[in-house]
Design a protein around this ligand. Structure first.
Ligand code: AMP
Length: 439
């Protein structure tokens, strides 16, 4: 299928061509025709699939048609969980809408109110907002949502995880009941499905499997690690490689992100941290420096790094393995952007065994293990796996993931997603050696 076959307005087609896109991605192929036909969407898609264009192109197409009697209140509203994602959605909107007359604004938490009031005092076509700040504006009556024709929820699952369920419901209640709603989520459990049922009318289901969400271009590698010191040594070794053009290194906590960024800087690397405790100006500065190549190693936490779309990231390094498979997929999707090759390296310790099982189960494959000569691990996961799989009383698969309710199926897997080979039967693949350690 080509973009021309999607019946997009000429201005949008031209903008998409400018972007160098030759064909729609699977999520775009499925979502765009249904959305253009006015249908609600319930789309299961992760970042890196081209989901932003999947919802934004139909929304912009709507805006190419003037609406009589609109007093300048926004006609398209996009809700995103984080400020970074909102900013990227707005950037994408401006890219795709470059040949249209488009009046847009972001309403983001952590940003000053005055410019937002000023923006809202002008006529607007499209608003991208984080839920908390939008609720503030509704309370202050500084925004009118009565003209919203299309409501888009981007990464709805993450909004719920962040405790925005009520806010989302209040916001949707302030929009017209006959609006069109495009609901995008990386995971779909019972809580999400219930929310979707409430907000959507006879939606078209669009599902893009986990398999296709990981770019073929991303090479995935595992390193077994003994302890923190071993991880630090491995990291030091890996980032010394000039093939690491730019990397995002994921750490489990904000404090670790700061510490690791400082250590890497002290070792002479252009490194910085990105996490939720930084104010918005500092985060924006860091992302700008990353885009401009001033930062080579960005140490980030999950929430802060969500949605980062920098095509020059050659490596993702999971210094700490994420606990959930969805986060793994999100993280490694920061590399291999727009068809570029990428490498995703994960450090796995004995404590990560269950998480690794979930990830491999979700991916339907066993990830290859690598060693660096001279920095070999002293333990194997298999030796440890003779121990009981779970502590008594520890959550079993299918039990709650912290911060979200009633995840159906295993926490690492979307209901209905293809399961692939059970990780318990996963054979250990031959260890592959690469690159002699430089002395
Ligand atoms: P997203 O999943 O929306 O974060 O998009 C991931 C990346 O894919 C972004 O860098 C987009 O610019 C790019 N992209 C979106 N649609 C296409 C397409 N049809 N062809 C090539 N790249 C695309």
């Amino acid at each position: 299928m080509t973009f021309a076959e999607l019946n997009l307005a000429p201005s949008l087609l031209k903008a998409v061509t400018d972007c160098g896109y030759t064909a729609p991605t699977p999520i775009q192929e499925e979502s765009i025709p249904a959305a253009l036909a006015g249908r609600d969407l319930l789309a299961n898609a992760q970042t890196g699939t081209g989901k932003t264009a999947a919802f934004m192109l139909p929304a912009l197409q709507r805006l190419t048609v003037q609406k009589k009697g609109n007093r300048g209140a926004p006609r398209v509203l996009v809700l995103t969980p984080t400020r970074e994602l909102a900013t990227q959605v707005l950037d994408a909107t401006r890219t795709y809408g470059r040949y249209m007359k488009l009046r847009s604004a972001t309403l983001l938490g952590g940003m000053p109110y005055r410019p937002q009031f000023d923006a809202l005092a002008q006529p607007l076509d499209l608003v991208v907002a984080t839920p908390g700040r939008l609720i503030d504006h509704l309370d202050r009556r500084s925004i009118d949502l009565s003209q919203v024709e299309i409501l888009i929820l981007d990464e709805a699952d993450r909004m719920l995880d962040m405790g925005f369920k009520e806010a989302v419901e209040t916001i949707t209640a302030a929009t017209p009941a006959d609006r069109q709603t495009l609901f995008f989520t990386a995971t779909l459990d019972q809580t999400m499905a219930r929310l979707a049922m409430k907000l959507l009318r006879d939606p078209v289901r669009v599902e893009i499997g986990a398999q296709s969400t990981i770019s073929e271009q991303i090479e995935q590698r595992l390193h077994l690690t003994d302890n923190l010191f071993h991880k630090q040594q491995l990291l030091q070794h890996l980032v010394a490689d000039q093939q690491v053009h730019q990397a995002i290194i994921f750490s489990a906590t904000k404090r670790d992100a700061d510490t690791l960024a400082k250590t890497l800087s002290a070792q002479g690397h252009r490194a910085a941290a990105l996490h939720g405790d930084m104010n918005q100006a500092a985060r924006n500065r860091t992302l700008r420096d990353l885009r401009r190549g001033h930062i080579r190693l960005l140490v980030a936490t999950d929430v802060a790094a969500r949605g980062i779309d920098v095509t020059t990231i050659s490596h993702v390094i999971n210094f700490d393995l994420p606990k959930f498979a969805e986060d793994y997929v999100h993280r490694i999707g920061r590399t291999g952007r727009a068809g570029a090759p990428g490498t995703a390296i994960s450090f796995v310790s004995g404590a990560d065994r269950d998480a690794l099982q979930r990830i491999q189960h979700y991916l339907g494959r066993t990830l290859p293990r690598y060693i660096v000569p001279g920095l070999e691990p002293t333990v194997t996961l298999e030796a440890r796996s003779k121990a009981p799989a779970r502590r008594p009383g520890a959550p079993t698969r299918g039990q709650h993931r912290p911060g979200s309710n009633e995840r159906a199926g295993s926490p690492g897997q979307r209901p209905g997603a293809r399961s692939g080979a059970p990780a318990s039967r996963a054979r250990r693949e031959p260890v592959v050696e690469y690159r002699k350690r430089s002395r």
